[in-house]
Design a protein around this ligand. Sequence first.
Ligand code: ATP
Length: 247
Amino acid sequence: MTSDVAKPARGHSVPGGVPVLEARNLTAGYGEVPVLHGISLRVGAGQIVALLGANGAGKTTLLFAIAGRLPLLSGQVIADGRVTVAPLYRRARDGLGLVTDDRSIFRGLTALDNLRVGRVQASDALELFPELKPRLGVVAGLLSGGEQQMLTLARALARRPKVLLIDELSLGLAPQIVQRLLGRLSEAATQSGTAVLLVEQHIRKALEVADYGYILSRGRIAIEGDAMNLRGRMSEIESSYLSSGSS
Ligand code: ATP
């Protein structure tokens, strides 16, 4: 597959044998009703791991459970080799970034003030996305969807998180913008060693930048493998989408 962001599969071996982020046999849901069943996954430093699956398969629920925003019913989340039960704000303090699918910007503040509120230097954000420079004084709600996502991603990456969980970066955006965002994410993961767990609706685009992928179906991992391997199994992946959905 040709792409200006595709990177060769580096496999899923984790340097030193210890993943930055791991879920072991995780079960979680809402109230007592499980949505996720026995999920195990690993993300290493500098890796992008794609989390794919049909609507309702449980991707957002899994990100929230891993982030500490949703309690586990059973299983473990392991950060830097240690089991964690800390709430989201403590995991964030320890280097976890969470980008939700609602473009978490303050729409009434300028782009620059959004960076300030996030304690991010404008120069760091502009290093990531120089095209934001003439837009810093614009109220974020008036930025284009793509610019809003650049702002969101710049703010998250400029904090140099150890782990970044991203939900649907590309929702409703033009293909070129999606390419730009994912390309930058890939460079940043490689350069800063950030471990990225990326929920994405664009299966092909996600697998172009990812090292490894998990496909969820009805709250279970149905398929997993190196991204290069998964790129050759598109019909199998698409079939799993057709038979998936809510549990
Ligand atoms: P999408 O791609 O549409 O965002 P998803 O794969 O992220 O879907 P989730 O949003 O995690 O899926 O939803 C998984 C299941 O959990 C669905 O059956 C959904 O209805 C249910 N669910 C999600 N949020 C809640 C909630 N707050 N309370 C109860 N059930 C919920």
